[in-house]
Design a protein around this ligand. Structure first.
Ligand SMILES: *[C@@H]1O[C@H](CO)[C@@H](O)[C@H](O)[C@H]1NC(C)=O
Ligand SMILES: *[C@@H]1O[C@H](CO)[C@@H](O)[C@H](O)[C@H]1NC(C)=O
Ligand SMILES: *[C@@H]1O[C@H](CO)[C@@H](O)[C@H](O)[C@H]1NC(C)=O
Ligand SMILES: *[C@@H]1O[C@H](CO)[C@@H](O)[C@H](O)[C@H]1NC(C)=O
Ligand SMILES: *[C@@H]1O[C@H](CO)[C@@H](O)[C@H](O)[C@H]1NC(C)=O
Length: 370
């Protein structure tokens, strides 16, 4: 028992590291063949797999304008499964990302705990917004929910196609609503940030959305190709490139590239510099620092008219893509007010009046009076 618990805890990801021989066994059921023939075939297969691996290595190490990098010296070779997915410590994660990804290698990520995943709680309202939004239903095929405890994972599996259990040291404690700024809450936020860095490293762009963000329209056409990190704001000052905009990273789009991978690495490591701060506040401390400016990460701040929230609501129904229950604490209050926004949205859609600008009256925040 002890041993199992220990090895589970040692890694945040469910690791699958398989040797070539066992990988081949699962693909070709050798046991059915006569023993000697099976042995010969098996060594041939291992041999040819090694050959392929070396070819891949040779290609990978020599395609840098003819520069030959000493990759072979470390003698690490890549193993693939039948579908061509790399079998390393991120195998399970690679598989779910591949399944959820769009053709452009973008996934929509949200994170879930037990309280938020319960029936009639936040996850249900979140999914409902995709159904009542304008052409947002197909986006659920690209939604990957990151469950931080087992109950959230099981409920997720019942509702959508792509779920991943991010097992962390806090998993057992995170089941209930982790209160804002408690140590458990902070750890959860930082682990999530490290997880997002891994997603970028594996080559996927992501839209991260808090589960208390309603999706009324597809946001993807609003992301510009020239920006690396596009985040929603609590309040928007009118200039999309002004880093003084107060960001809200509860909704953001990040492209996977060298700059963003290094930026996330630095952001995660900055926890040591600011141990008592929330990852969002740390972002604000580092965003205009020497290191980040030298990296050249291209930040863009999204207009609240398109990506609004309770802090600053979209003023035009014809433009709004998302509505975030920010500037609000308490799960029940968020649920009540978001539920109201869904009703208001449905009324707007059924009005069939989309030509002139539609000034919005969201009727909230009501419970979230702040
Ligand atoms: C390979 O892909 C097929 C079809 O998507 C899937 O059913 C199967 O489980 C995959 N195999 C592995 C080992 O992931
Ligand atoms: C809904 O989406 C369709 C297709 O993307 C678009 O033609 C239509 O104008 C949209 N309606 C509203 C109300 O946004
Ligand atoms: C960012 O840092 C540069 C260099 O220190 C400074 O000139 C600039 O005013 C800063 N911008 C903001 C918005 O703080
Ligand atoms: C959401 O609103 C609908 C319609 O007004 C109502 O029937 C339902 O009970 C509400 N759900 C919650 C969780 O408040
Ligand atoms: C359509 O919207 C405009 C602007 O809000 C409003 O003046 C007009 O009365 C609406 N038309 C209908 C038929 O609701």
């Amino acid at each position: 028992m002890e041993e199992v618990g220990k090895s589970d805890e040692s890694s945040p990801f469910m690791e699958v590291i398989t040797t070539t021989a066992t990988a081949m066994n699962t693909i070709y059921p050798l046991a059915k063949l006569p023993l000697d023939f099976a042995r010969i075939l098996k060594s041939l297969l291992v041999f040819s797999t090694l050959g392929v691996a070396f070819l891949v290595l040779y290609y990978a190490s020599s395609n840098n304008y003819g520069e030959f990098l000493p990759t072979l010296g470390r003698f690490s070779f890549t193993v693939y499964d039948v579908n061509g997915t790399i079998k390393d410590e991120y195998y399970e994660l690679r598989k779910v990302l591949e399944a959820a990804s769009t053709k452009e290698k973008t996934v929509i990520l949200t994170s879930l705990n037990e309280a938020w995943a319960e029936p009639n709680s936040m996850f249900d309202i979140f999914l409902k917004s995709f159904r009542v939004g304008n052409n947002t239903a197909p986006l659920v095929d690209h939604l990957l929910a990151i469950a931080v405890d087992e109950k959230a994972y099981l409920r997720c599996k019942k509702l959508i196609s792509h779920c991943y259990f991010l097992k962390t040291k806090q998993s057992s404690q995170m089941a209930n609503e982790a209160r804002f700024m408690t140590p458990i809450y902070l750890n959860m936020m930082w682990e999530r940030l490290a997880f997002l860095q891994t997603v970028l490293k594996l080559g996927y762009n992501f839209i991260f959305t808090d589960t208390d963000v309603m999706w009324f329209r597809n946001p993807i056409p609003h992301f510009t190709p020239s920006s690396d990190f596009q985040t929603s704001c609590d309040r928007f000052n009118g200039n999309q490139f002004d880093i003084r905009n107060p960001p809200n990273n509860g909704f953001l789009f990040v492209r996977s590239n060298k700059r963003t991978i290094k930026f996330y690495k630095f952001w995660v490591s900055s926890r040591q510099t600011y141990p008592s701060l929330h990852e969002q506040d740390v972002f604000n401390r580092i965003k205009n620092g020497t290191y980040v400016r030298k990296l050249g990460v291209k930040f863009r701040f999204l207009d609240t008219n398109y990506f609004g929230g309770f802090c600053q609501k979209s003023r035009d129904f014809n433009k709004v893509c998302t509505m975030h229950a920010n500037c609000c604490t308490g799960l029940d209050r968020k649920i009540a007010d978001l539920n109201t926004t869904l009703e208001v949205w449905k009324t707007y859609l059924s009005s069939n009046n989309y030509t002139s600008p539609q000034p919005s009256n969201w009727m909230v925040p009501k419970q979230c009076h702040m």
